[in-house]
Structures are given as C-alpha cells and as structure tokens.
Design a protein around this ligand. Sequence first.
Ligand code: C5P
Length: 405
Amino acid sequence: MNIVVGVTGGIAAYKSVHLVRLLIKAGHEVTVIPTEDALRFVGLPTWEAISRHPVTTSVHDDVARVRHVALGQNADLVIVAPATANTIARMTAGIADDLLGTTLLATEAPVLIAPAMHAEMWRHPATQANVATLRSRGVHIVGPAVGELAGGDSGPGRMVEPDDIAEAALALLAGGDLAGVQVAVSAGGTREPIDPVRFLGNRSSGRQGVALAAEAAARGAQVTLVAANISRDVLAAARHPRVEIVPVGSAAELGAAMADAAAAADVVVMAAAVADYRPIEVASHKLTKEGERLSTIELVENPDIVAGLAAARRAGQTIVAFAAETPSADGGEEEMLARARRKQRRKGVDVLVVNEVGWERGFEVADNEVRVIGPDGVVVATASGSKSQVAAEIWNSLLAVRPLL
Ligand code: C5P
C-alpha cells in the first residue's frame, strides 16, 4: 500500500528513519514529506535513500503531476511523525503552504500522528484544543509517551518508539478482524518425484488454499502461503503485501516449509493435498521401457505433516486440517462425517474442514462445498459457493470457535 510519512521539525525526526524502514520492510511503498524545518534534523539524501523515492518539501516541484494533491489522493495512510505542536496547530487550521500541508488537506486516507514536543507545549490549552479537534475529525493519535525529553527535561511529550508507530499504522491499514494474526497456509498438491521427468501427483489446483490465504490477508492477517505446484494464474489471487509465498514441490519440502512457518503462526491451515506415499527411490535418469521395469514403483509412507504440527503446537495455536472425502454409496453423509471425526482425532487437529470430492466435485473446479467440524466434533458451519465465499465462511467459523485468535 502507499504510505506517506510526514516528518516535521523535532529532534525525534531521526527516529522516523527507522519507522520508514519498518514500513518498507512490511511491504509498503513509502513517500517521505519532510517540512523545511525537519531537514535541519535529518537531511534530504537520507530520506531519499531510505524511502527510494524522490523527496521534496515544496509544492512547486513536479507540478506537471500535480504532486501537491496527488500524494494525498493516492495514499492509503498518512503518518506524521514526529508531529510538533506547530504542525498540529497548522493541521487544525488547514494551513497548506508546503507539500505536507497540501497532502494532508487532499487526502481521504486515515491519518495517524505521533506528537513530540516539550511537556509544557503538550499541556498548553492551545495544543490540547487542537488535538481534541483533530481527534473529532477522525485523526488517529499515538502517544506522546512520558519520558526523557530533549534538554534533560522529562514528562509527557516524547514521541512513541518507531516500532509502536509502525504497529499502529499496520493495524490501521489492516482494519479487519484478523489484524495482527499470523497465519500459515499450505495449498496445492505435492509431487513426489519418480525420475527427472515423472512424478506421483494429484488433482489439487490450490484454489481453496489460495482463497483462504487471500481472505486472511484482506482481513488483516500476516500470511505465509506454502504453495505446492500451483499455477501462476491461481497463485495470482494471493498477491498481497501481507502474503509471503513459499513455493515447494514434494511433501518433504512442504513439511519443512510449514514447520518454519508454523513456528511464528497463530493459525496453521493445511489445505494442501499431500501425497501419502513417495517412491522409495528417485532415479537419477529417466526410466525407460527397455531398461527398468516401469510397471512397479515401490513406495514408502510420508510422515503426516499436520499431525506432526499439531503434536508440536504452542499453547494457543490453532491447527486446521482439510479432508477431501468421497461419500460412500451405502453410508452416505453420516458415515462420511464419522470418518472425518475419526481423522480429526487421529491427527490431533482443532478444526477439520471436510469437502466432498469426486470426479466432478472439489478439485480443479471454481465452486466448493464444505463442512467445518469444530474442536468438540460438532459441525459448526456448512458453506458452499465460490472458493472465496467458502474461504470467508471458514475464517468466520474459525473466529467463532476460537475467539482468542
Ligand atoms: O488423511 P488425509 O490425507 O485425508 O488428511 C488430509 C489432511 O491431512 C490435510 O489437511 C492434509 O494437508 C494433511 N496431510 C498431511 N500430511 C500427509 C497427508 C495429509 O499433513 N502426509
């Protein structure tokens, strides 16, 4: 997303260099707009180098692109850090005689300010009235903190630390009910190599897992998507600043990537179709009819990845597995759910999402129908529709059964 960071003339300006770095590291485009005064504390080359964008204080640069309003119009969030007493007063009055002033007037994006000034200036009724006015207009205010101020004084007025400003900013951008939640999702189907050109695979397209990752990110979560052999077209739906994609091929690679991702995750969703078996030996050359016998491939069982993750889970971590089931002709629905519950217990997972599959259902198609079995074995949700709609319902039901996410 596009974030504008306004920097005004306080000693805390140097801390905003770190703030800009944090925002860029989180995957955002950052444009810095210093005031003339801010440049006395930290110079223009520093802001250009750290943000990798041209920096100016003036409304008269880059006039052809109407920069004085374009930056504000294109911003998803505007941060002012540090926000001096003078800047707060100017914001309140709507003064627009520099680029930061015009940007603040032109933007409809959320605005977050981190005040920084001496305690007396903060306590002054003028400042307090200005802050109250800004608040009433919807401006978000983080801090100031109480602590040591420039010149050895102490009291309220210190700018809060860059990490806290970044956290407040990212939460604002996320805005959704999964803001701040760390998610690890596996998707797609593994391929177990036989020789350099052949593999044992399955028909999973990865659509449902990709939809789950995209939905979580859209609702504010930070997502690692471990993608097993998913086509570019399908994977495109997961492109989001908060989704990190880790491509993998075999079950062993997927297991290692998920173990890494799960270490920091609040929720682990194993939507991938993992091969239960792999060839005991992988030939280093292409097997031929004349040479080896291709009619028999000896297999060895793969470890159950989700069971391993569930056994190793941290307190408070939620583990979700999927079960693709074909209802048997005689037992029908109930028999299918009983089988799913046995699977849930065997694997030790909190939630099991059951989807009916068949030649024409589940795999490779756009629509899906699922049942979500909660921690006590009860079906907590049934969802059908596009895989995005189903993903939204699955997250809703996870939030319902695990309100502490
Ligand atoms: O037993 P079944 O293959 O039906 O279980 C499906 C669930 O278990 C899925 O969540 C899948 O990702 C996971 N699984 C696994 N490791 C395996 C096989 C399946 O984590 N080796």
